[in-house]
Structure formats: C-alpha cells, structure tokens
Design a protein around this ligand. Sequence first.
Ligand SMILES: Cc1ncc(COP(=O)(O)O)c(C=O)c1O
Length: 486
Amino acid sequence: MSLSLQIDRESRCPIYQQIVNQIKRQISIGDLPAGTRLPAVRHLAFMLGVTRLTVHNAYAELQADGWVEATVGRGTFVKAGLEVEALLAQHLEHHRHRLHYCSDMHRLLNTGTLLALAYAVPDISLVPSTQILEAFNQIKSDAAALLHYGGQDGDHELRIELTEHLKERGINTLPDNILITSGATQGLALITQTLAQRGDKVLVEVPTYLGQMKVFNVMGVEPVGVPMDEEGVIIEKLIDAIEKHKPKFISLIPNYHNPTGVLMSEERRLAVLDIANHYRIPIVEDDVYGLLTYEEKAPLALKALDKTDNVIYISSVSKTVAPGLRIGYITANAQLLDKFTQLRWATELGGTPLMHRALAIFFREGHFKHHMKRILPIYKERRDAMLSALRRYMPTHSTWTSPRGGLCIWVKLPPKGQYNDLYPAALMRGIVYTPNEAFFTEYSDEYYMRLCFGSQDPSTLETAIHVLAELIYERIELYQPTRITV
Ligand SMILES: Cc1ncc(COP(=O)(O)O)c(C=O)c1O
C-alpha cells in the first residue's frame, strides 16, 4: 500500500502536523502496514511542495511517538506492534458496554489517529493555554498558600468571579452559595449520592448524555428515560414517569442538550418547573453548553426562572475554556448545598486551589469573554460545515437536528438499513462517532449517531461525513426485510 497525503494550506493545523496525523491514521487503519518504508524526506518534500525541514519534523515526531523507526542509510519504516491496533481491537470488542466506552474512546483518541466526531469537547488548538499560564504567573507570590489544602467550598476569589458569571446566566447568588467541584461530573455525583440510594430511580431526558448514565450506573441508581422532542422533554410523559416511578430527582440539559443540541422552549421550562414544584421533586440542571451559542444571545439558565429554589444548577468550564482544568460549580438552596459540600469535603477535601485561583484571574482579566468571542464564530462555521455536508451526502430519509448551539448533531438513519457493523466499519476507515446505544436507557431499534463538530476543521468534517454517508449507502443496499414464515 502506498502513502497518500493531502495538505490543506488554509488549515490552522501546521503542515508538519497534518503529515503526522495522516500518516498515523493510515498506519492505524492498516493502509500502511508494519515494515512499510516511508518516502525519503527529500522526495516527499518535493512531492508535497513543502520544505525538507517540514517533512523531517513530521518524521521526527512520528519516531518520537513510536510509530516509525529510522535506520541510517536504509530509511524510515512503519514499526510493528503498535498500541493503537490493540486498542482498536479492544474497543471494537466492548464498544457496546457503556462502562468501558468512555475510557477506551479517550485512549484511542489520544493516539491522534482517528477523525474524532465522537467527543463533545472543545478543539485542543483553541484552548487558551497562553492566558491560563499567564494567570499562573500572576499568582507566584501566593503559590505556596494555594498549594495547601483549600477551603471546603473552593477558592473564594473564584467564587466571587463566578457570582458575576452566573448573573449573566440569570442567576443571582452569593459567593457563599457556590460550591466549586471537579467539573460538572463531580457535581452530578455529589447530588446523586446525596439525594438517591441504590435502587432509587431518577428521570433523564431520552436520549441523554452517556457520562450522566455512567454516574447513575456506578451508584446503582436507575435512570428512567422521558422522551423529548424539538422543544425539550415532553410534559405529559414527564408527568406519567413521575407518577409511575417516584423519582428522586429530574436531570435535565435545557440549553443545547447533549446529544440532540435541542434548546428547551420557554413554555416547556415553565411547565417543567411547575410540575417539579407540584410533585416536590428537585430538578438538576446541567448547563455546560449554555454559552456555546451561535444564533442568539446565550439563553438564560432554567434556574433563572426558578422562584422556589428547587433547581440545583451545575456547570463547568470544560466546554468553554478547557476540560482538563476540572473546574465546575454547583449552586442550590443552602441546605442542600451544605450536604454536597460535606460530602465533597469527606471524599476529596477542598479541591485544587491553585487551579481555582488561575481561573479566577482568567475571568477577572477579561480573558473569558475575549476567548468566547474568538471561539464562537469558529464553532459556528464548523456546525454549518457539518450541516451542509449532511445535506449534501446523506441518503434520503436520514434526518438530523440543526442545533443553535452546543457541540453535537443528532442524526437518525433511514429505517431500511443494516447498520450493525456501521460503527466498526467507520472505525476501520479512521472515523469515530458515538453510536445509538450510548444514549438510551432502553433498547432502541432505530439507528442514531451523535456527531460532534467541535474538534475538526470544516474540510475534514466534510470528508468525514462523505465517508460515513458512503458506508451508510452500502448498508442500505444490504437491507433485506426480515421474512417471517408462519
Ligand atoms: C451534558 C454534559 N454534562 C457534563 C459533561 C462533563 O462535564 P465536566 O467535564 O465538567 O465534568 C459533559 C461532557 O461531555 C456533558 O456533555
């Protein structure tokens, strides 16, 4: 097999990195088997119209990452026994099991070999690392103190900044009424452990975000799905589910829901709040996508309409600034917040004050607002590119959502197709999306995919959708209706 490379000179990704990524991908999907000799630096530079140094840097990185080995006088060869092959095999074996799905996926994506449409994350190249490092520089004189155990609610200065930040989400609160957590995920875990016990039920929108179900699963709490439509959770179904299952709380993602991207309508918001009040069931609002908005001013939080303090609000900076900061926050009524705080203290003490303070400075210096202004048009362009590729390439009878914000598009495939092997087939073509089964509380015989557009540039998105559409067409052709003979 021979190497095939395409250089996009308009891309934000440096050329040497494009070469590295494409070679890694071709190795991982078997197009460049172990032992394949890569073209000589001079030859490849000439063929691509780039400098020798660019190719040299690409080969050096491939070698440093263990993908190729170079022998003086003989050339550069693809190495045998690559970890990614083993990872792929393992992932294919248990991609249907939710508990392993996220960790496998994380390891696979870290190999840098796949076109990732599976992860609702910010693009790594858009993370404001310079400003974050500058913020660390500014806290040098306080660093020793900030490396001690922190207070139980998290850094006071960050909580002051967050009160201002929450005001813009329509939430008026005080620093003492905010608990800083390790991401929204820890927030949800604290809430679940406080409000529910093994065997209890909680209501979730269906489809819903995989990580949320994972929290419930490991705690022995049963998520019961309430169907949603383009306005959010369906009110009649919510009432039925409350009466039938007596849930401990209702978990919702009202703003740019994961995986559908749906923005809950005002009418539904008011109805949901009324119902939860009537049955005295707390609502947990997860607002991690609320500020990733492409068509309108950011919609306010559901909690902004909450007159009875029945909404427990969680969010984080994972989708806006950087998931690796692991900083989220909860605000809720004082009694509940105290319980969450005690549980957090018992299980993790005070979090990471140094990180908290750096983020406080990031907010205080105006970097957050500036950063959002920079990234929103980029994500909007990517969303538009994915939507236009879907229109262009997908077979008729496929449908998809057109989200006004967030990072995900939810695609439904035509009913007449044999999609059982679509996921592994896409992986073998180097593309990874999140399949159906990750998002449902019960078996669904319809086939959906969640496609995330945040981490790829528009031309890569178009290529990926084109390939996926080809694979889907092949599986529609294979479709044979099941014959039942009686
Ligand atoms: C709806 C939702 N909530 C929470 C998270 C995770 O947030 P964090 O990184 O703050 O724990 C995600 C990540 O995909 C998400 O989609």
